[in-house]
Design a protein around this ligand. Structure first.
Ligand code: NAD
Ligand code: IPM
Ligand code: MN
Length: 352
């Protein structure tokens, strides 16, 4: 079988972490009967520089014919004043692909748990997933504008968009520890009132899943004070964006978290780390490629059913960390290249 993957390296550290990830994916597939064709396309600031827009038509056409999309990261100060910023390309990409369910799993790697800002005992049993609604809310609502005297964003959710993400999250909870936390601001926001009411209605179909509701401010507090209480979190677009960056540091670094984004069944999924283009360290070979590598592993498992190959990458990441090979964000001295070479060596070693 041949899978077609559109690769969008993007900006900043994106191309650096993507290059090593492609090599490692090719390595784990070397002895399998499956082939992945990586097709590079322009996206983000790199596309603005080359053709004047962040999400060119050629990239869109390639995605239509693909089985999955692998994305590095986009954005950077160079394009902050561009008429259409790289980040707008990212929103257009998600919309075009119809990826409404963004899954951001947090795991704590024992080898680096001492780097967490939390006391280690608070990390006992921490293993949760943020399911972030990705196509609605403040990101997409109109009117949206700013002028000299006023800025306006519109927070709107229709019931159908809430229903599909909530079903997605309940189903995921069913495959895990069967606890769902829905996070909203129903004491203030109209969209959250609709959200909470819809969650309650849908909960009737999932009596085996324990449901709790939290307000987002309290949830941010619980995530620091008692993160082990969470299994699956479901929340709207912007709350999910903020809470998932907060979650990432529990494990030691933003650079560790992968994500997958899903549309309706049968359409290609999108895989990207949750972090950005890290302009402060771009071009220095400092970036931690783990979020990118684990996103690729999610792709192998979820889009291509290559469970063994996904596992090989995940185990190699864990082994490298436990052997003390750490990038700068984790307090170590390994460059991106050194870390990736270590992964290659571990995978080779385990194949013998
Ligand atoms: P960021 O996530 O790029 O960086 C935040 C901090 O974390 C920085 O200090 C950075 O060096 C560090 N960091 C992030 N990823 C790392 C990694 N893999 N290894 C080591 N350190 C890492 O967020 P920011 O600085 O607020 O945003 C920079 C640009 O990225 C902006 O243009 C923003 O819009 C964009 N962005 C893009 C995406 C995406 O493409 N999905 C996500 C978030 C931000
Ligand atoms: C993310 C990023 C994006 C988002 C930005 C760059 C548009 O922060 O993927 O988490 O807010 O969704
Ligand atoms: Mn974000």
């Amino acid at each position: 079988m041949t899978f077609r993957v559109v690769v969008l390296p993007g900006d900043g550290i994106g191309p650096e972490i993507m290059a090593v990830t492609e090599k490692i994916v090719a390595q784990v597939l070397a002895h399998s009967h499956q082939t992945i064709l990586f097709e590079h396309q322009l996206f983000g600031g790199a596309a603005i520089d080359a053709v004047g827009e962040p999400f060119p038509v050629e990239t869109q056409t390639a995605i239509d014919k693909s089985d999955a999309v692998l994305l590095g990261s986009v954005g950077g100060p160079k394009w902050d004043e561009a008429p259409e910023r790289p980040e707008m390309g990212l929103l257009a990409l998600r919309k075009k692909m119809g990826v409404f369910a963004n899954v951001r799993p947090l795991q704590i790697f024992p080898a680096v748990r001492h780097l967490s800002p939390l006391r280690e005992e608070r990390l006992e049993g921490v293993d949760f997933v943020v399911v972030r609604e990705l196509l609605g809310g403040l990101y997409f609502g109109t009117p949206k504008y700013f002028n000299e005297t006023e800025g306006v964003d519109t927070l709107r959710y229709d019931k159908a968009s809430i229903e599909r993400i909530v079903h997605y999250a309940f189903n995921l909870a069913r495959q895990r520890r069967k606890k769902l936390t829905s996070i909203d601001k129903a004491n203030v926001l109209a969209t959250s009132k609709l959200w909470r009411q819809t969650v309650e209605e849908i909960a009737v179909d999932y009596p085996d899943v324990t449901l709790e509701h939290l307000y987002v401010d309290a949830a941010a507090m619980h995530m620091i004070q008692a993160p082990a209480r969470f299994d699956v979190i479901v929340t709207e677009n912007m709350f999910g964006d903020i809470l998932s960056d907060e979650a990432s540091v529990l494990g030691g670094s933003l650079g560790l978290l992968p994500s997958s984004s899903h549309a309706e069944a049968g359409r290609p999924a999108l895989y990207e780390p949750i972090h950005g283009s890290a302009p402060d360290i771009a071009g220095k070979d400092f970036a931690n490629p783990i979020g990118m590598l684990l996103s690729a592993a999610m792709m192998l498992r979820q889009s291509f059913q290559l469970e063994n190959e996904a596992k090989q990458i995940e185990i190699a990441v864990e082994t490298a960390l436990s052997e003390g090979v750490l990038t700068k964000d984790l307090g170590g001295t390994a460059t991106t290249t050194i870390f990736a070479n270590k992964i290659t060596e571990i995978i080779e070693r385990s194949a013998k």
